[in-house]
Design a protein around this ligand. Structure first.
Ligand code: JHZ
Ligand code: SAH
Length: 395
């Protein structure tokens, strides 16, 4: 096996979604060295030493897709397109979380795979056909036995979380009809490099996909991309439309256009990643400087949206509870806990920002537009936001 060439070191990091309880604050947290590299053969960019999925995705998983209107709308729009263009009789979603996508379909049409039992329970209770399992060839065989094959497989922000891509694709090949469609949606490596969003790297994100990297692994598994959509979701994602090689759908020119965009930017060259790593180091210094300055002025900073991504930023830049008074977040399972590694209290979002807050650090920068709309009053009274992308600044 060819080893990754490492280009980025994000220091030691706790599990990104492991929010701490008050009683655990004095216990030592387990931390993992987070380095990022590129496979020179496949061009896949991944983190080193991936942690077992069972440690991260269990019955205490806090993330809920439905916490953002942007995500709900995106899933709704895609569902409309799927019904109109493909009209599948059976759909499988891998990583269905709290059902934000599958809820757009009738219960007899969709199957959801979600390993975190606490989240999977939400859709099961509503009467959806969901399984608390990790996606692999064994799960595929089990699902086929009960439900038969499917015409469409959808997976958003999940395939990038699974180390063994060959097995994931093998399992998809087993369950998908020969003329079926696979839609994969994940953050784009090109956008990540362009916007310097190094926080897309954390222990759950084993990969950040480029089209050129994904194509290599799909090709090996007799699959190919026939269309691609560039989305604004999560700071820039790609939605790949994939078919089995034996099926003869027309390949859209979008595929070549996107491939060329990546090659022109240099995603196939190690020097591009080395430049990125230098920009990340500069970003760290700049962001820390902003926090130190505001701290010296005795102004109050809070965080908005505790994200897996912000775990990377805060731990890498060493921004802890001395700099940020508290975070607000709408996710019940994150509230009244503390951020991993940096121990910043997480409060319930009360519906507005407290009067004494001067600055908001945008942990959920990817939902900036949605948040700005919601926080008009804070902006009106002169409140400012701190954001780290594309360069750290106050807006
Ligand atoms: P958000 C998670 O990443 C983890 P995170 C995971 N690995 C992944 O890939 C993506 O999701 C899909 C809150 N919020 O989506 C809700 C508000 O409080 O950027 C969330 O806690 N008020 C599976 O954690 C957080 O912000 C608001 O108005 O980086 C956003 O998390 C809005 C819009 C959000 O994912
Ligand atoms: N699809 C949703 C949820 C993304 S969160 C969205 O885009 O918002 C990622 C989800 O993938 C989590 O709910 C996690 O439990 C699930 N997941 C992680 N590893 C998985 C695996 N091996 N098989 C299936 N789902 C997995």
């Amino acid at each position: 096996m060819i080893k990754n060439i490492q280009f980025l070191d994000l220091g030691t990091q706790p599990l990104a979604n492991n929010y701490l309880k008050f009683k655990d604050l004095n216990n030592k947290e387990k931390k993992y060295r987070l380095k990022v590299g590129i496979n020179p053969k496949t061009k896949l960019v991944s983190i080193n030493n991936p942690i077992s999925g069972k440690l991260m995705f269990n019955d205490k998983y806090p993330y809920r897709s439905s916490m953002s209107k942007t995500m709900i709308k995106s899933f709704k729009d895609l569902s409309k397109l799927i019904k109109k263009v493909y009209n599948p009789s059976k759909i499988l979603e891998i990583g269905s979380n709290d059902g934000s996508f599958i809820k757009n379909f009738s219960k007899n049409k969709v199957i959801g795979i979600e390993p975190c039992a606490n989240v999977e329970k939400i859709t099961k209770k509503l009467g959806y056909n969901t399984y608390s399992e990790f996606w692999n060839d064994r799960t595929a065989k089990k699902i086929i036995k009960k439900n038969g094959k499917v015409d469409l497989v959808y997976s958003a922000n999940t395939i990038s979380h699974i180390e063994d891509l060959d097995n994931v694709l093998k399992a998809i090949n087993i369950i998908l009809n020969d003329d079926g469609i696979l839609i994969i949606e994940d953050p784009s490596l090109l956008e990540c490099l362009k916007k310097n969003t190094y926080d897309q790297f954390y222990n759950e994100h084993i990969y950040v996909f480029s089209l050129i990297g994904l194509e290599n692994i799909l090709n090996k598994n007799d699959l190919e991309i026939f269309d691609i959509q560039n989305l604004k979701i999560h700071g820039g994602s790609n939605r790949y439309f994939i078919k089995k090689k034996i099926s003869n759908k027309k390949i859209s020119k979008n595929v070549k256009i996107n491939r060329n965009k990546e090659i022109n930017y240099g995603l196939n060259k190690i020097s591009t990643y080395k430049t990125f790593a230098q920009r990340v180091k500069n970003s760290k210094k700049k962001l820390k400087k902003i926090f130190v300055k505001i701290n010296l002025e005795n102004k109050k900073i809070i965080g908005y949206g505790v994200t897996a991504k912000s775990t990377t930023i805060l731990n890498y830049c060493k921004i802890d509870n001395k700099f940020i008074s508290y975070f607000v977040d709408t996710t019940v399972d994150k509230q009244n806990k503390y951020t991993p590694g940096t121990k910043i209290p997480i409060n319930k979002y009360s519906g507005s920002i407290e009067k004494d807050v001067d600055y908001i650090f945008l942990g959920a920068w990817n939902f900036k537009e949605e948040i700005f709309k919601k926080e008009k009053n804070f902006i009106k009274r002169g409140g400012k936001f701190i954001i780290h992308t594309p360069i750290p600044k106050i807006i």
